[in-house]
Design a protein around this ligand. Structure first.
Ligand SMILES: C[S@@+](CC[C@H](N)C(=O)[O-])C[C@H]1O[C@@H](n2cnc3c(N)ncnc32)[C@H](O)[C@@H]1O
Length: 283
């Protein structure tokens, strides 16, 4: 009986957000893919603009999008490039483990010029890739932790880090994962994310990134931007030192990039308990 009941829970349901765009609520992660203040708006303001990707003066820019979801980050990037009349060839690689949301996504309409672009984005989700003379979009299916290991060093001008929240999706927020991000981003590339969790920022610092504050959008707190070079709105030296020196701020570890979510969460809890115990013994 119970088994049959849980099988009938749909994996995704559509939710309307305040800017009129739809997002998906995932029953597996018990979380929506975007903030209720505006799904599409979040893509533009948390990722596309702070990544600085629109201002590049190159023939080709390369972007890694972690967590395709509804494909809004891809769409928003293409829409902004279209607005600028395609100043450069835009190459996007998007990583996603679950493409079963496709039937929901096919129902989405923007009723403006985004609809034509979105059709190409969904073509990529369905068939693996879309390419024309202005952009290419490749969707690599599978666990992002495995996919990133096959990506070349110093390759991406921007990385949109857009997994579910760290508590729900810890495998995409570990220090070991960010070390891979540091390997594949260019020296001046920018990683953007909505999270401002201290343990996430500490993991980024530990992985070799400089870390700064990203914009706050809607009801959500500020995000984070990170780069191997200096970034705008850098954390102060004091803030950085505090993060690195605080034993109580403990990031996720996933040394082989293949541990289960539960294992990663428990490993962190154990480390937290050990640190607390150490304090009590020494205090
Ligand atoms: C917050 S949603 C992404 C929203 C998306 N960027 C957009 O613009 O619509 C997070 C996505 O990450 C995917 N995801 C979670 N864990 C993953 C993993 N280990 N590997 C690949 N994708 C993963 C989920 O399936 C989900 O689609």
């Amino acid at each position: 009986m119970t088994g049959r009941k849980s099988e009938s829970i749909p994996r995704y349901r559509m939710v309307l957000t305040d800017d009129g765009s739809l997002t998906l609520y995932s029953s597996e992660f018990d979380e929506a893919m975007h903030s209720s203040s505006g799904a599409y708006d979040e893509a533009v303001r948390k990722h596309i603009i702070p990544s600085g990707i629109l201002g590049h003066q190159k023939e080709e820019v390369r972007v890694l999008d972690v967590g395709f979801g509804l494909g809004y980050n891809c769409l928003a990037l293409l829409q902004e490039m279209a607005r600028l009349e395609w100043p450069m060839f835009t190459k996007i690689i998007s990583l996603e483990r679950d493409s079963s949301a496709l039937p929901h996504l096919k129902e989405i309409r923007f009723h403006d010029s985004r609809d034509a672009l979105y059709r190409t984005v969904l073509h990529a989700l369905e068939f693996g890739a879309y390419v024309d003379e202005r952009y290419s979009l490749t969707i690599t299916k599978g666990d992002a932790r495995e996919s990133i290991q096959a990506l070349p060093r110093a390759h991406f001008d921007a990385i949109f880090q857009d997994a579910f929240s760290p508590a729900k999706n810890p495998e995409l927020w570990s220090v070991d994962y960010f070390r891979e991000m540091a390997r594949i981003i260019t020296p001046s590339g920018i990683l953007t994310t909505y999270s401002c969790a201290r343990h996430v920022r500490k993991a980024m610092l530990e992985a070799g990134f400089s870390v700064g504050k990203g914009p706050a959008v809607g009801a959500k707190r500020e995000g984070t931007i990170a780069s191997l070079s200096e970034v705008i709105a850098m954390l102060t030296e004091q803030e950085t030192t505090q993060l690195l020196a605080s034993p109580g701020i403990i990031f996720f570890r996933d040394p082989d990039l293949r541990d289960s979510r539960e294992h990663i969460l428990i490993r962190r809890e154990d480390e937290m308990a050990r640190v607390k115990q150490g304090h009590q013994v020494h205090g």
